[in-house]
Design a protein around this ligand. Structure first.
Ligand SMILES: C[S@@+](CC[C@H](N)C(=O)[O-])C[C@H]1O[C@@H](n2cnc3c(N)ncnc32)[C@H](O)[C@@H]1O
Length: 227
């Protein structure tokens, strides 16, 4: 799968996590995200606190929705933006070729172990910012971004990159909290966009936008295609 890397990109690998080398020959590092220092606690915090108390939703239901949405995705080249600790093993068939990306080496290290433990043979992991992906054009058939769009500084940049690295027929599947579904009125970190704003941003960046009909607290699930 390393052929997906942009020509000239250089990486070093540590414990299954790939680090891009900068012009100075040193591994690129990104501004720390809260989850990195808490990576060993991440899954427990998501299930017991974030889902019920922040999203007013349920993690089991979340995984069921994504399982349903991705059930026919087999043998595809799948890119995930913001892999976190690798929860995609819960809803992605092991027969896909998976490329996970995140700015957090700590969470990616967890993801490596999780993918290995379920026998996901074709999986690679890169420490990289979703705003600047180190992959060649049209390298992926499916892109997913779960619970993370709100953490990106510049969503327009991310969408331009996604558009570049997916093929014409690819699908981009996202789950993200939106304010109009936040009936608990909880404070959710990051830049929170309404469904209407997301539709506008996606449309301005050359994507269709289709809501996946389901309810799970403040979460909106949707799929997008390149126009
Ligand atoms: C709430 S977690 C979601 C992780 C995973 N997708 C899940 O469903 O459990 C948000 C993730 O976004 C990652 N992240 C934040 N900013 C990022 C960026 N600019 N590029 C890539 N990943 C980023 C964090 O490191 C963290 O793993």
């Amino acid at each position: 799968m390393a052929e997906m890397l942009k020509k000239g990109a250089k990486v070093i690998s540590k414990k299954g996590v790939n680090y891009l080398l900068g012009n100075d020959g040193k591994p690129q590092v990104f501004k720390p995200w809260l989850g990195d220092s808490f990576s060993f606690l991440y899954d427990c915090i998501m299930r017991k606190s974030i889902f019920p108390k922040k999203f007013g939703g349920n993690m089991g239901k979340h995984l069921d929705i994504l399982c349903r949405e991705l059930k026919d995705v087999h043998g595809k080249r799948v890119l995930e933006l913001a892999t976190g600790s690798g929860s995609a093993v819960n809803f992605l068939h092991t027969g896909n070729s998976y490329t996970g990306t995140d700015i957090s080496p700590g969470l990616l290290t967890k993801a490596v172990n999780r993918f290995r433990s379920v026998g996901f043979d074709q999986a690679e992991f890169y420490v990289t910012d979703a705003e600047c992906l180190p992959f060649e054009d049209a390298s992926f058939d499916v892109c997913i971004c779960i619970l993370s769009l709100n953490f990106f500084d510049d969503l327009n940049k991310v969408l331009k990159e996604v558009k570049r690295v997916i093929t014409t027929y690819s699908v981009f599947i996202c789950a993200v909290p939106v304010p109009e579904r936040n009936t608990l009125g909880s404070t959710i970190r990051g830049k929170i966009h309404s469904e209407e704003e997301l539709m506008k941003i996606f449309s301005e960046n050359g994507f269709t936008f289709e809501r996946i009909p389901c309810e799970n607290g403040s979460l909106l699930y949707f799929r997008a295609h390149k126009v």
